[in-house]
Design a protein around this ligand. Structure first.
Ligand SMILES: [Zn+2]
Length: 270
């Protein structure tokens, strides 16, 4: 007889659009000591909150539309373990593409800038590849700018002189210089400094491979290594880095997956 956990996951009929966060939950059952999900080549543990086990997976904006699967492994106190393959339907999402023709001098970097940008790209990739096996947050995520309900440009692809650039991995929120920006949830600050493309940047590790990033600040208000609370002031919006005007770039990574940050606000994480 299937147990209640499997039934509830089947009934949830897992589906997400490209570039969305997906929450997986199971009710607790006697003897269950751990659950983990294997998704797109990595493993993420579930955390127990009261009678519920939960975790998050991210569907990258470039994940192929169609049927994928998460493998869920249940571990029991008597040493038993069983793995269940759960289909996840990824729905196609349309992202705009803009073709631009510009003089090469505007897209080519000096060797110094090129080296700096490459080193910083490696540094941020190393951060995203680090999965902290705990959950720092216990309340739903909030928008980092009071009252902001959406952003622009998530997934937008730009092609300069026929060369496609990486798609825009976050949402751009309207903000004038000096607008207060707040942590979307509780977490540990893992980067707070100036980056070549991103300007003054703050990265927060929320645990379980989930990171939120906040770019182009005029001023950073937190130190690396500190734990910030949900809604805590972390910086002031600005126009630092390679941008044309003040705004907040808000990004979310779940391990390697680039996810629309506003999809996090729909997650009912308790
Ligand atoms: Zn942006």
């Amino acid at each position: 007889m299937p147990d209640a956990g499997i039934l509830s996951l089947l009934l949830a009929s897992l589906a997400a659009s490209q570039g969305q966060a997906l929450e997986l939950t199971f009710p607790n059952e006697p003897g269950l000591t751990a659950i983990e999900a294997s998704w797109e080549g990595y493993k993420v543990p579930f955390m127990r909150r009261g009678d519920t086990w939960l975790t998050l997976i991210g569907v990258d904006l470039d994940t192929k539309a169609g049927e994928h699967a998460a493998e869920i492994t249940f571990h029991y106190a008597d040493g038993r373990a069983r793995t269940q393959r759960e289909p996840v339907t990824v729905n196609a999402q349309q992202f705009p593409t803009t073709e631009l023709k510009v003089e090469d001098k505007y897209v080519e970097l000096s060797p110094e800038d090129e080296a700096r940008a490459r080193a910083e790209g490696q540094e941020t990739a190393d951060i995203y590849a680090t999965l902290t096996p705990e959950m720092y947050w216990s309340e739903p995520f909030i928008s980092p700018i009071a009252g902001a309900k959406d952003g622009r440009n998530f997934g937008h692809r730009r092609v300069f002189n026929g060369q496609p650039r990486a798609p825009h991995g976050g949402a751009d929120l309207r903000a004038t210089t000096g607008t207060p920006v707040y942590a979307a949830n509780r977490g540990r600050v893992v980067l707070a400094k100036n980056l070549f493309y991103s300007g003054n940047a703050v990265f927060i590790d929320h645990g379980l491979g989930l990171y939120t990033t906040y770019l182009h600040f005029s001023e950073i208000k937190v130190e690396p290594g500190t734990v910030v609370e949900r809604g805590q002031l972390i910086g002031l919006a600005g126009a630092t880095g390679r941008v044309t005007g003040p705004h907040l770039h808000w990004g979310v990574r779940i391990v390697d997956a680039r996810v629309d940050p506003f999809s996090l606000l729909k997650i009912a994480a308790k």
